[in-house]
Design a protein around this ligand. Structure first.
Ligand code: FDA
Length: 311
């Protein structure tokens, strides 16, 4: 079953990049229905409602306006405008939320400098509002440029307003974690969600998990406020155990989970007194994000299939 799971994971991640499939798939009702479990809505106001409900349960949030691999300069500027609107709305509503941003949404695939300027505009606005921008991590082709840009922004705006993401499936991540911690850059640690070759990423889940634990310890030892982003109870237990052993107070770091996944665990950790932030994606361009969520758990696909067959 491991081989079968690997195969369906790779197949789904391959399909996540097929934009011609996107137009067909996103019109299918069962597909849209399952997607609505993971996406807070297509509009900002739907996402705001979702975050209000989370806030009522003691959870914090990070809004993400879905869009990636953007190829037109105009579209990247529209994305910046979306984020400025979003930051203003967060202030107005008074929810405990920050934002997550992708550099391929800012144009990094065709113009590095444009991406930096776009991201800078968002981080500058977030800084003025005393908020925070998490720069999501994408495929390994953009890992280096992403970290370079985060470092630029970090030196200009400081650790309280911008932070990075590291993926434990990458072989380079342990070194990146050590370097970024030494520079006091806030990190979100996750396992990684893209299709990568064995040259850059660990092919075996057990190695990805072992590296997650190694990197988690580097983060917790650093004295910087980081995010531990996983739904894996073994990773969460390892984190709690290490934090207790190092006598870290609750609130020295936060747990982070995705909207619609393991709500029970999100609420349990909050009840136990740990800060928990939920990543809340919204917008029209939900197809690639949703396909990555399917790839993490191909069993989800049976739900779509069954309902397609039933009509
Ligand atoms: P794992 O995949 O081992 O899952 C553990 C358990 O969680 C499963 O047994 C199941 O119960 C539950 N679960 C996990 N995924 C599920 C799903 N899709 N549907 C239903 N149940 C599921 N990645 C990236 O490359 N760049 C990024 O910037 C981010 N950002 C990010 C932010 C936050 C807040 C989170 C939580 C995750 C990310 N990720 C990410 C995604 C991350 O890399 C990873 O793909 C997923 O979190 C799944 O890995 P887990 O750690 O949950 O473990």
């Amino acid at each position: 079953t491991t081989a079968a799971a690997q195969l369906s994971r790779s197949a789904l991640l391959f399909l996540s990049r097929q934009s011609n499939l996107k137009d067909v798939a996103t019109r299918l009702k069962p597909f849209r229905q399952l997607a609505s479990r993971f996406i807070a809505g297509e509009t900002l106001e739907e996402a705001v409602d979702a975050v209000k409900a989370l806030t009522a349960k003691g959870l914090m949030a990070s809004f993400d306006h879905l869009n990636e691999a953007v190829r037109s300069p105009q579209e990247t500027r529209d994305e910046v405008r979306q984020y400025l609107r979003l930051l203003a709305r967060i202030d107005q509503v008074g929810v405990r939320a920050n934002v997550s941003l992708k550099l391929t949404q800012c144009g990094v695939l065709f113009d590095r400098n444009l991406a930096l300027q776009n991201a800078r505009a968002v981080v500058a606005d977030a800084t003025a509002r005393d908020s925070f921008v998490r720069v999501d991590m994408e495929e390994s082709a953009v890992t280096q440029v992403t970290l370079d840009i985060v470092r630029d922004l970090h030196s200009e705006f400081g650790e309280r307003h911008v932070g990075a993401v590291l993926q434990s499936y990458l072989r380079r991540t342990e070194e990146d974690a050590k370097a970024l911690c030494a520079e006091r850059v806030r990190i979100r640690l996750c396992k990684g969600a893209y299709l990568e070759g064995p040259d850059v990423a660990f092919p075996d889940k057990k190695d990805v998990d072992a590296n997650f634990v190694r990197c988690m310890r580097i983060l917790l030892d650093s004295g910087v406020y980081h995010g531990i982003a996983t739904h894996d109870e073994r990773m969460i237990d390892a984190t709690l155990e290490y934090a207790a052993r190092q006598r870290l107070p609750k609130g020295a770091f936060e747990f982070q989970m995705l909207y619609g996944i393991r709500r029970d665990l999100q609420e349990r950790l909050v009840k136990e007194g740990h800060p928990v932030r939920v990543y809340v994606p919204y917008g029209k361009h939900w197809y690639p994000y949703f396909m990555r969520r399917l790839a993490e758990r191909p069993a989800n696909l049976w739900f779509v299939m069954r309902n397609l067959v039933k009509g």
